[in-house]
Design a protein around this ligand. Sequence first.
Ligand code: CP
Length: 326
Amino acid sequence: MQTFLRGRDLIGDLDFSKEEVETVLEVAFDLKRQRALNQLHPILRDKVLAMLFFFSSTRTRGSFEAGIAQLGGHGAFIESRTTQIAHGDTPKEIGEIFGRYFDGIAIRHVDWGIGNGYLNAVAKASRVPVLNMQCDIYHPFQILADLMTIMEKKGRDLRRKKMVVSWAYAASYQKPMSVPQSLILQMPRFGMDVVLAHPPEFKLMPGIMEQAREQAKKFGAGFEVVDDMDAAFKDADIIYAKSWGAMVHTPDEKEGAKIISKYASWITDERRMKLAKPDAIYMHPLPADRNIEVTDGVMDGPQSVVYDEAENRLHAQKAVMALTMS
Ligand code: CP
């Protein structure tokens, strides 16, 4: 166990070594057990987490705010539009100043080409840990919760399990690519054979793909890219299908929306789920475009683990806060 995480940032999935991620998971499972037994665990009594949002959220806000309170601290919910950021507060000033008020700074900033740079600039100036509540490149806390959920459903030894990370059609908006990118970085470290499926225009960032291949090689896992959703689903143990935008192909939003409209057949439905193993699980970080991205039948069906996945955000985030902010 690598237990000394005090003061560390978590911005990218590879910021923590595999051993450190295992420590986070051990602590998360323990905190989940303690909560089930109504055992109080005020590890961060009187500590305050700044929660700075540049983009909307249901799960991330709720789980961070509940989590810090359950650890005995307080979460300060701050929407960027209510701050002086638009009037000139720089990331350096936010890091310097919030670092003096708070014991941790959590930020969500998903603007393409901006978010990750903003988090790193705040972190450089901050004396306290900076936690990534999702940027344009990574969503590390989602993936920690996903990993916890997969272990609960499939056991701790995940070697040779086939995990499909698939693009899916959505009509609502061009979603960030941070979830698939974080999945392909983290999951191969735990031995899962990852199959990434997407239409040609939905490539992920080349640097992330390179790092994912390196992780797969290092940990003896498979990593394959296909452009056929049916072929990907065949004999899979874990189906993780969600939409993301065509930002790598084109930064133009109108052009991106036109490309998305070509692929309305990329939906997770009952027929496709039958291509996977009978005990395959269906995962989605939510929010989802119901009956566009995934049918109600799959989302609400027996193979869906989306609510456990959402719950585990709470436990995984509490573990990281307890380890980094204590
Ligand atoms: N999965 C996730 O991050 O949900 P929110 O966007 O609601 O926070």
